[in-house]
Design a protein around this ligand. Structure first.
Ligand code: PMP
Length: 362
């Protein structure tokens, strides 16, 4: 549709047009039920069919092994910063965090309330531009898990492979690269993600957890944070975010229609490649500080050598219907988030604009 912009926001973020139009067509009367998904009982057969299909399509997409549960929860990934330690360890247990950006940092800080987290590596002194080499990592003996943030949304640092924990299980916050590429779920104890970047509207948080890790929550764990409660009740212990789950389901269907995550990753690589090469070939006019081998396919942060032009860059881009390009307030500069639903045409338009802007201001 002509009146839509290219939305480079970090999240909530752009959704596939096809999905929005389908939701629009079903908004008023879903599947002949005579009501909107927003109006349905979460225990009725219609909504049950929606949540079951969403789960089964997600299982197909990520090839989730049967010994893992999929939970549709609320509270954002931020709630998981607490739920993970509450469910996986006792107050005296050691756990390890690798901190490659501000989300991992927040996760580690929240865990301090519920157990004994150790930050075994932090990229802070290098302004979060790296992932450590795994061979140098030393976990604490007896640690219950090793936590990583698979893609740091603000700093644009993304793991391309994953460390194998020396102790405990691997836990990953995949909020900003969830379903952007195939992932071997069996390497993880827990994967969690707020869905509002790649797979739906805000309000849904997906947790994929190995079943044997469920059922050991600390006594003071609120019921809403207890994985066992949600697992035993198929994510229907209380009223779930029904409409958001429905939207995620439409996105999963759409990703499957595109050929699944192998194809999705190919598209994402192509988009990231043209954007990073425009930055790298700009003779320093644009700069991305992140080490090349771990640059995110999803969030591309960059600065202008003439930083005083950044405001104008954002404003001029918005005039051409490319919006939300301002970097996170904590780091400044520019950030282009190019999640699954950002079409190649959007990135092509952005790089054409960047070259033009450079020619005008070099
Ligand atoms: N982790 C990552 C990697 C994120 O990008 C975000 C949101 N930007 C969060 C956690 C926090 O998510 P929420 O706002 O859903 O709590």
């Amino acid at each position: 549709a002509q009146d839509r912009v290219f939305n480079f926001a970090a999240g909530p973020a752009t959704l596939p047009e096809k999905v929005l139009l389908r939701a629009q067509s079903e908004l008023y009367n879903w599947g002949g039920s005579g009501m909107s998904v927003m109006e349905m009982s979460h225990r009725g057969k219609e909504f049950l069919s929606i949540i079951q299909k969403a789960e089964s399509d997600l299982r197909t997409l990520l090839q989730i092994p049967p010994e893992y549960s999929v939970l549709f929860l609320q509270g954002g990934a931020t709630t998981q910063f607490a739920a993970v330690p509450l469910n996986l360890c006792s107050p005296d247990d050691a756990v390890d965090y690798i901190v490659t950006g501000s989300w991992g940092d927040k996760a580690a800080k929240e865990a301090q309330k519920y157990c004994k987290p150790n930050v075994i590596w932090s990229g802070k002194s290098e302004k979060y531009t790296k992932v450590p080499s795994f061979g140098d990592l030393q976990q604490n003996p007896g640690s219950r898990y090793l936590h990583i943030c698979a893609n740091e949304t603000i700093h644009g640092v993304e793991y391309k492979e994953y460390p194998v924990p020396q102790s405990g299980v691997l836990v990953a916050d995949m909020s900003s690269n969830f379903c952007s590429k195939p992932v071997d779920v069996s390497k993880f104890g827990v994967i969690y993600a707020g869905v509002q970047k790649n797979v739906g509207p805000s309000g849904v948080t997906i947790v994929i957890i190995r079943k044997d890790l469920i059922g050991n929550a600390q006594g003071l764990t609120p019921v809403m944070l207890d994985f066992k409660i949600h697992d035993d009740n198929n994510s229907l212990y209380n009223t779930p975010p029904c409409y958001g789950i429905y939207m995620c389901g439409l996105v999963f269907e759409h990703l499957l229609e595109q050929g699944g995550l192998v194809e999705v990753e190919k598209n994402n690589k192509k988009k990231a490649e043209i954007l990073y090469s425009t930055i790298d070939e700009s003779k320093g006019f644009y700069k991305c500080p992140v080490e090349k081998s771990v640059r995110s396919l999803m969030n591309v942060p960059f600065t202008l050598e003439k930083s005083e032009l950044e405001g104008e860059f954002v404003k001029e881009a918005a005039k051409e219907k490319m919006v939300q390009l301002k970097g996170h307030r904590s780091v400044g500069g520019i950030r282009a988030s190019i999640y699954n639903a950002m079409p190649l045409a959007g990135v092509e338009k952005l790089v054409a604009f960047m070259k033009d802007f450079q020619a005008k201001h070099a």
